[in-house]
Design a protein around this ligand. Sequence first.
Ligand code: DQQ
Length: 621
Amino acid sequence: MASSTKDVEAPPTLDAPLLGSAAPRSRLRVAAVSLSVMAFLLVAIAAAVLYYNPGGVASNLMRLRENDYPWTNDMLRWQRTGFHFQPEKNFQADPNAAMFYKGWYHFFYQYNPTGVAWDYTISWGHAVSKDLLHWNYLPMALRPDHWYDRKGVWSGYSTLLPDGRIVVLYTGGTKELVQVQNLAVPVNLSDPLLLEWKKSHVNPILVPPPGIEDHDFRDPFPVWYNESDSRWHVVIGSKDPEHYGIVLIYTTKDFVNFTLLPNILHSTKQPVGMLECVDLFPVATTDSRANQALDMTTMRPGPGLKYVLKASMDDERHDYYALGSFDLDSFTFTPDDETIDVGVGLRYDWGKFYASKTFYDQEKHRRVLWGYVGEVDSKRDDALKGWASLQNIPRTILFDTKTKSNLILWPVEEVESLRTINKNFNSIPLYPGSTYQLDVGEATQLDIVAEFEVDEKAIEATAEADVTYNCSTSGGAANRGVLGPFGLLVLANQELSEQTATYFYVSRGIDGNLRTHFCQDELRSSKAGAITKRVVGSTVPVLHGETWALRILVDHSIVESFAQRGRAVATSRVYPTEAIYSSARVFLFNNATDAIVTAKTVNVWHMNSTYNHVFPGLVAP
Ligand code: DQQ
């Protein structure tokens, strides 16, 4: 269910600095004792302040728990982003698709208007933008105000139909928590802001069919329009009694009367559980059309096309996709490779990213992806901040015609318009075990593009190395190998005791083949406890003749990293305590034992802030 965060791991207890000379043990002991005394004093002072000042920022807290960090208001304020979409306050989650309508990008999202966590008041927030970056909040589109959505207006899709109509299909939680599907439409199609919405008087339009549990039937999505019989096909995620994920399909002519098709669109080969927020779309696979996104509603299967089936896995809270084919007669999806099916193979993002959806932007002929990036701090910290969760910077999606095995996810081109001061670095040799500070000033809002080369001689001299390497079990950037890790440390303090490391780690198999791992290490991202810190990542294809390429968007408490121009992505939420404001730095590093790595080019841009504000003349949602 939506209310829980299931990928939480126990925070590790690593405290060694990543690089540079370690302090002698005696000094460490003295430092540790002084730190403990200071920490104790800070906690005691904070507890006293809270106890005697119940009207203060943390008035709802009577005392700090053991792992609580004594955040200051300045620290918490810093965590709010500069160029990401954020409501003014409270909790946001699933993007509920988007559309371009009469000159505006409309964005809908799960929003709790009353608190910083998911609860049954979950609604549809609504905002508009001209450029996907500067946002105007509008009044909420849908609230839980009928019996069929009393326990929440859950996720769904907003769809612009080819005939100009707009429909919203969404899941409602009834009083008894049965998941039903509902229809809503804009009151006035000539209003570019689509300010008013009305729910259909025949809601609910669908209830769970026989054999489907009441709480396993959600997130409807109109995928396909069949001109020959004027029918829409609508898919809904579910799971079967054996815990295999399934995608149900209905047909409808009017979004009121539906027929359940006897076959199912897809059943997972592994018992991966409930499929949330199912998405299905075509991608062009030929070089001539490689830069072109395709509209699912009108595109017919044929040569030069593949289909992407994506589902958000409720059990593990990650978004998986599979590449495959689509049969319009049987209306079924077949993955190219069953071992890379949804739930077991490729992911949109190897970090924190969930409940994503795409929309086809007919204005710029591109497919755009949003997912929400939840918090990994404590509920108490969210209450102190007054807000929770972010949306990633929207990403375009294309098929990778070079590897033919993955998608390419890349920040929308509009983001580049936020770039201001640029610092460029070329041909910087990084010797084994070294760091190199990039002198860019305050490093809290950045777009970094870097390319690395690894010393050919070291690669040739390495017969076999780290065949079983895996980002998440590796211990992170401090764990040295022959050919890695190397990359960047962002949101780092001068001493590197706080840092988020984004890096490559090259291993070599006995067959001689190199394998590149792309990882993001959050283990030292904050000195605060009560934060989930992990090493995330996966392998990424690096083709013959290619350099190792990274792009990193740093925006206060979010780090979005793209390897090999978007073949693999990792997003992290991080909450530094020292590497903030003017103390945030960025470094290159090479922690390989044997290879010299050259940072061939590094471009660092400072990023302008965008606005998120109430649409002029309207009242705050
Ligand atoms: N969140 C929604 C559900 C969806 C889940 C409820 C995914 O409709 O399945 O807020 O995060």
